[in-house]
Design a protein around this ligand. Structure first.
Ligand code: DOR
Ligand code: ZN
Length: 345
């Protein structure tokens, strides 16, 4: 199989930032995805319906002329958030979901949730109205090893949450462990997960290959090889509970190549190319359509896109760095490339 046409995929988890950075990165996502779930971890975070509408308008203004792209907005949950505001935004069609960042778990999460009990009323409301909860699934307890934080989160927070609120629809975002795969597989239809391209391609050795590799540092951090293999098995399994979410998270090089570098891998420039390479390596290319184009819409109760995207076997060129408002960003795959390319992107 050297060519593949699938309904236009969607990215169910992306960071596009704001300002000049947003202007530079939105075209990469809009080139290959019809819709994308936009993460709300701006400074300040997107916690009101008015802020989400204004942010959506700024993103739409950054979409190149003639390109059709729909940003799907999310609400950043804080301890004090008003359940009425969250429900109002969902019912008005502004927010498609709300995001739970445990406080201090990752980039711009200082306003995140200190303890799940603090948002119990809003979670109950979301369960009632059918609004999905998107979860950054890592504990922030400094005594828990960084490679165990996802598995511990599942035991300490997620399992009890699903037992307490069984109707709440949850996406465990950017899963990185065999424990997360097993949890999602064993849960009912209300629980799904996104998988990034980079977690399917790198394991934790890649972060230290020949020296420290800041552009491969993200959160949750890549795990050991056994976990990567489980993620690949889940992604290509055809199980609709696993779908595409790039977690493309651009940071300027000066913030990555630093004494205390930011977490985030910028994969938007060649995301579908990377996923296609993985499905091809697994000899499961026909299953890319479900993972990239059908299972996400089914979970979010949205139609499958009617446009198509065509991919072709053959090398992709990926820029060494991309200019964004006077700074540079290094994309995932820079210097190596991928074995597939997007034809009509
Ligand atoms: O690596 C990451 N980068 N993980 C996250 O959870 C947030 C993201 C970002 O916003 O930079
Ligand atoms: Zn993210």
């Amino acid at each position: 199989m050297d060519r593949l046409s699938i309904p236009m995929p969607d990215d169910w988890h992306v960071h596009v930032r704001d300002g000049a950075m947003m202007q530079a990165v939105v075209p990469y996502t809009a080139r290959q995805f019809a819709r994308a779930i936009i993460m709300p971890n701006l400074v300040p975070p997107v916690t009101t319906v008015a802020a989400a509408i204004a942010y959506r308008d700024r993103i739409l203004a950054a979409v190149p002329p003639g390109v059709s792209f729909q940003p799907l907005m999310t609400c950043y949950l804080t301890d004090g958030i008003d359940p009425d505001e969250v429900a109002r935004g969902f019912e008005a069609g502004v927010w498609v979901a709300a995001k739970l960042y445990p406080a201090h778990a990752t980039t711009n999460s200082a306003h995140g949730v200190s303890a799940i009990q603090a948002i119990q009323p809003v979670l109950e409301r979301m369960a009632t109205i059918g609004m999905p909860l998107l979860v950054h699934g890592e504990v922030t307890d400094r005594h828990v090893d960084i490679f165990d934080r996802e598995a511990v989160f599942i035991q300490r927070v997620l399992r009890p949450l699903t037992e307490a609120l069984p109707t709440l629809r949850i996406v465990l975002e950017h899963i990185t462990t065999a424990e997360a795969v097993a949890f999602v597989e064993q849960s009912g239809p209300t629980i799904a997960a996104t998988i990034t391209a980079h977690h399917l391609i790198i394991n934790r050795n890649a972060l230290f290959e020949g020296g420290i590799r800041p552009h491969l540092y993200c959160l949750p951090v890549a795990k050991r090889e056994t976990h990567r293999l489980e993620l690949r098995r889940a992604a290509v399994s055809g199980n609709p509970k696993f779908f595409l979410g790039t977690d493309s998270a651009p940071h300027p090089t000066h913030a990555k190549e630093a004494a205390c570098g930011c977490a985030g891998i910028f994969s938007a420039p060649a995301a579908m190319e990377a996923y296609a390479q993985v499905f091809d390596e697994e000899a499961k290319l026909p299953r890319l359509e479900g993972f990239a184009s059908r299972f996400g819409p089914a979970f979010y109760r949205l139609p499958v896109n009617d446009r198509t995207l065509t991919l072709e076997r053959g090398p992709t060129d990926i820029a060494e760095r991309i200019e964004a408002g006077g700074a540079f960003i290094v994309p995932f795959g820079a210097g190596t490339g991928f074995a597939w390319r997007v034809l009509n992107g």
